[in-house]
Structure formats: structure tokens, C-alpha cells
Ligand binder design. Structure first.
Ligand code: 5GP
Ligand code: MN
Length: 342
């Protein structure tokens, strides 16, 4: 357990002494990254701080409705503006990641910046590139941690405001797959109850986050499950692959394949699910598991990646077929077959 009050006090001192604060989320930001970033932004603005925000690359459509998202600068779109934000910052807060490589093309400028750096995150094994590391892998979402930090910074009082509460809610809802997986706890539900009481628009938020896809995306999902899924019962594993051609045929837009990897886990007896997506020059892999099978260890050891126990990812620089063959070899050596069914 981290000493949250101690580190939060140190963060509070840094905030008090900073003129310009910058918050950066990770590349391909998800709901938790943007939710945490914006929640922190809303709090810092309420105490009259000068706050900038950067995302290494573009936000997906389903995140663009959140209050303040229009203020987030995209590094690859507006390099000059972002470099100025970085060089002007006295304090840089990084949210929802713990390795410098997750900052994409902003990495070098951030690492070279003179600003103090604070990490707020819930992934395992944080890197050592920040002055203060507030890391708690027991949290289901970074947003859950942000909520607690803000409460402490706010003299122990719950920070109110619908924008703030909705951002925290989005982080929790997306990182737990709407309270289906991940390390949510009784505390998570207590927090969700508090957020509901603070006036978040629950139905609207869920519709904006989940029921906001194109018909093509739905068809691609159907195709992926019907034509591209292989079930390997002896390893309690199922995988899906999508070729560049498949992606093109269904007019794919960024984010369309988000969540596909979760579907095979609803097959009885399946404990491990993998999604292979053919990209330009490499294959992107997403891993999900149920129970104690450590997908992040497999991702780190064989696919240059990482993440959480039950949700991780990596890459492999070879053809789709060779990557699948390599994965099948890896699976023979690292099978979740002894995992208990629940
Ligand atoms: P997704 O499968 O949704 O792309 O990623 C799930 C989680 O795995 C992410 O939240 C992130 O923690 C981790 N992850 C995905 N891809 C990579 C990767 O290439 N490298 C590392 N270190 N982590 C990854
Ligand atoms: Mn997260």
C-alpha cells in the first residue's frame, strides 16, 4: 500500500509552488487516461491554476464529449504549441501510464523538461522517470486514484462538480468494462454511488461511451467473431485476427476494434483471449484473461509489451501468419489450461 497522504501532500506543495501545470495522458488515450486527465484539470482550474493538457495523439470520438476535452492539445497535430506548453511548465503530471515510451513523440521533450514530474497511475512496475510516483495497482482505474488525491488536496472534502464527477466515472466505467472486469472493489462501488449522487448524467454518459458506434463497426465485430475467431479448448484460449483488408472493408475508424478482445472470454471455459490486428509493418496484440493468468508477463516476455494482469498488449514485427504461429508456440509453453473454471 502506498503512503497516499504523504505523496499527495508533496504533490500539493508542488502544485502550490507552480505557475504552469501540464497534464499528459498516454498514447492512444482510453477513457481512463482522458477521464483522469480532465478530472484533474477541472480540480486545478477550480483553485485558479494555469493548466495545460497534452495527448500524444488523437482522441477517439467517444471521448470528445467530455467537458474540457476540446482544450487538450494533440502533440502530433500541434507540435509547436505542445513544445511551448512543455517548456513553460513548472510541474508535469503524467496520468494512467508508467513508462516514458507511452508518451509517443512527446517523450523526449517531456523527459528533458526542467519541470518537476509526478506520476499518477495504477499499472504494475512503475518506471523511475518522475520525482514523485503515486502508483496504486490495487485501483481499478487511475480515475479512482485521482478522486482520492483530489479529495485529500481539497482538505478531505469531496470535490463536487458534474464535469469532474463524469470524468472520474468514465475512467472507472471504461477500465472495468462497465463493472465487468479488472480490479474493482467494494470501494469502487462506494465511489460510483457517490458519483451518481453528485448528479452525473448516467444514461447519457453510457450512451456517449458505449452506444456511439457506427453500423460498420457492429458488422466488423460480427465478422470478427464469425469468420476470424479460433477457439482452442485444450488451452482455454480463443483468438481473433483481423487483416488490413478486413479493417479496410468495414470502413474502420480509430477505436472500432476497441473491446473486441473481451468477447471470447464470455465463452464457457475460455480463460485467455487474444486479438491480432495487422498494422503497417507489425502486428498489434491485445490480451485479456480471467482469473490469475498473467497476460502482462506473457506480453512483456514475448511481445515487447506489458499492462495489467488481466488486460495487456504488445507488438510483433512479422507477418500475421508468422505472428499467430509464434503465439501458438508461446501458448504451448504458457498455457492457462490449469486455470480453474468459474
Ligand atoms: P489494449 O488491449 O486495450 O490496447 O490495452 C490494454 C492495456 O494493455 C493498456 O491499458 C495498457 O496498459 C497495456 N498495453 C497495451 N499495449 C501495450 C504495449 O504495447 N506496451 C505496453 N507496455 N503496454 C501495453
Ligand atoms: Mn487505466
Amino acid at each position: 500500500m502506498i503512503d497516499l497522504p504523504k505523496y499527495t501532500k508533496e504533490l500539493g506543495n508542488l502544485i502550490a509552488g507552480s505557475e504552469n501545470i501540464l497534464i499528459i495522458s498516454h498514447i492512444n488515450p482510453d477513457g481512463d487516461a482522458i477521464g483522469s486527465q480532465l478530472a484533474l484539470y477541472h480540480f486545478l482550474k477550480s483553485i485558479n491554476k494555469n493548466v495545460g493538457m497534452i495527448s500524444p495523439n488523437y482522441l477517439q470520438e467517444f471521448l470528445k464529449w467530455m467537458d474540457g476535452s476540446e482544450i487538450i492539445e494533440v502533440f502530433i497535430r500541434d507540435r509547436k504549441k505542445c513544445l511551448k506548453l512543455i517548456s513553460d511548465a513548472d510541474l508535469i503530471i503524467i496520468v494512467d501510464f508508467n513508462q516514458p515510451g507511452r508518451m509517443g513523440e512527446a517523450e523526449e521533450a517531456i523527459l528533458n523538461s526542467k519541470a518537476k514530474k509526478v506520476m499518477i497511475d495504477h499499472h504494475l512496475e512503475p518506471g523511475s522517470f518522475c520525482d514523485i510516483v503515486i502508483s496504486d495497482p490495487s485501483k481499478c482505474a487511475t480515475a479512482e486514484l485521482v478522486f482520492e488525491i483530489v479529495k485529500t488536496l481539497n482538505s478531505g472534502n469531496i470535490f463536487t462538480g458534474r464535469s469532474f464527477a463524469e470524468c472520474i466515472y468514465v475512467g472507472i466505467v471504461t477500465d472495468t468494462g462497465n463493472f465487468e472486469h479488472g480490479s474493482y472493489s467494494a470501494d469502487t462501488f462506494r465511489l460510483a454511488a457517490l458519483l451518481l449522487e453528485s448528479g452525473i448524467r448516467k444514461e447519457i454518459v453510457l450512451n456517449l461511451v458505449y452506444n456511439n458506434f457506427s453500423a460498420d463497426r457492429m458488422k466488423l465485430l460480427g465478422y470478427a467473431l464469425y469468420q476470424r475467431m479460433t477457439v482452442i479448448p485444450e488451452h482455454k484460449t480463443a483468438y481473433i485476427y483481423l487483416t488490413k483488408e478486413d479493417i479496410k472493408n468495414f470502413n474502420h475508424v480509430k477505436g472500432d476494434t476497441e473491446g473486441f478482445v473481451n468477447y471470447p472470454l464470455s465463452i464457457k471455459g475460455i480463460r485467455f483471449s487474444v486479438l491480432f490486428i495487422e498494422k503497417e509493418g507489425f502486428i498489434k496484440l491485445s490480451f485479456r484473461s480471467k482469473g490469475s493468468f498473467p497476460t502482462n508477463k506473457l506480453a512483456a516476455k514475448y511481445f515487447g509489451g506489458g499492462g495489467h494482469l488481466n488486460a495487456s498488449g504488445g507488438e510483433y514485427h512479422d507477418s500475421l501468419q508468422n505472428t499467430i504461429n509464434y503465439f501458438l508456440d508461446v501458448l504451448n509453453e504458457n498455457s492457462p489450461k490449469s486455470e480453474e473454471d468459474i
